[in-house]
Write a protein that binds this ligand. Structure first.
Ligand code: NDP
Length: 332
């Protein structure tokens, strides 16, 4: 059976930073990549706000640099997806065994045994939940402009959302496409001022405030969308727009369902940690404020952060998780 001192699940800024610190603390970490090597950041165009890159940096380059830095200090990597976990709520009954936590990768028969686990599984894009959106997924519907924008050169697309992601994606697509609609359900954008200004000053972007998407239309791929303006108001109107692509940018869902039986989470699924510590807690039914720590289990990055969701914050929390994992191991 494969035994490790420190198992890190996830390869975003949190996971890689945890790996750098854990490796330098001689914990010989094993990092499991997950479905998207490099994490969510690799779905963005350019990172302009990570300190140390005054000219901005391509996210693939940045994540590759982090990975190589983790590798340099001895991190082992495993490509695969964690399909099951069993976290031990206590060390009792396992004296001398340590490694109480079990993690299965790609439905393997044998689990990996780990003394400590750092959960850095990030978050995934949300969809509206329309049936037509499911029908056209991969045929005009996308949640990643950077990945798929190329296919819509000189075409017309729509982006849904009013946050930073939506504005960033709309701007990116405007660089490729003939026209971009930004569909915003409120009468204002929620994005930071600089991103709002870029969208509102871009002649290729038309912002449709107070619009919701009713359905996507088309034969075997997206060709249009039916929108409703000011739903429920006396001046409600249905409007059709002709589009070739429909991009979702309406927020994210934390990738934590796998851990729900072992780790306390909030109502949206974000892992509950407290007072800036990466320590995870045991879930208590009906109790939003758990008190019993789960020994050796730590969370870092967007899977535990509904508020900031920034690469720099994720990286910092990965650092904290590795330091706490090291302290925990030394305390045993
Ligand atoms: P946000 O949660 O900030 O924004 C989500 C947007 O989607 C909101 O405008 C919301 O509308 C809208 N929305 C949600 N659900 C629906 C729905 N069902 N139908 C229509 N619209 C919907 O998410 P982001 O991904 O934009 O940003 C997350 C965090 O990451 C933020 O803190 C952001 O600042 C940060 N970020 C920073 C970047 C940077 O600095 N370069 C780049 C990208 C993100 P409503 O406003 O009505 O709730």
């Amino acid at each position: 059976m494969n035994k490790v001192s420190c198992l890190i699940i996830g390869s975003g800024p949190a996971g890689y930073t945890a790996a750098i610190y854990a490796a330098r603390a001689n914990m010989h970490p094993l990092l499991i990549d997950g479905p998207q090597q490099g994490g969510q950041l690799t779905t963005t165009t350019e990172v302009e706000n990570f300190p140390g890159y005054p000219e901005g940096v391509d996210p693939f380059t940045m994540m590759d640099d982090m990975r190589r830095q983790a590798e340099r200090f001895g991190t082992q990597f495993l490509s695969g997806i964690v399909t099951k976990v069993e976290f031990s709520p206590s060390l009792e009954g396992r004296v001398g065994e340590r490694s109480p936590h079990r993690v299965w990768v790609d439905d393997a028969v044998e689990p990996i045994l780990a003394d400590t686990v750092i959960i850095a599984t990030g978050a995934s894009a949300k969809y509206l939940g329309l049936e037509s959106e499911r029908t056209f997924r991969g045929r005009g519907v996308s949640a990643c402009a950077t990945c798929d924008g190329f296919f819509y050169r000189k075409k017309t697309v729509a982006v849904v959302g009013g946050g930073d992601t939506a504005c960033e994606e709309a701007n990116y697509l405007a660089g490729l496409c003939e026209k971009v609609y930004l569909i915003v359900r409120k009468p204002y954008l929620r994005a930071s001022q600089i991103m709002q200004d870029r969208v509102l000053n871009n002649p290729k972007i038309e912002v449709l405030f107070e619009h919701n998407t009713l359905r996507l239309t088309g034969e075997d791929k997206v060709q249009g969308a039916d929108l409703v303006f000011r739903k429920g108001e006396p001046d409600e109107q249905i409007r059709h727009i002709a589009i070739d692509g429909f991009f979702l940018a309406i927020g994210h869902h934390p990738n934590t369902d796998l851990f729900k039986d072992y780790v306390a989470r909030d109502a949206e699924g974000y892992i509950l940690t407290r007072d800036g510590s990466p320590q995870c807690y045991q879930p208590v039914t009906g109790n939003p404020s758990p008190v019993t720590p789960l020994p050796g289990i730590f969370a870092a990055g967007d899977c535990a952060d509904p508020h900031y969701r920034q690469a720099i914050v994720a990286a910092a929390s990965g650092c904290k998780a590795a330091i706490e994992a090291d302290r925990y191991l030394k305390s045993l």
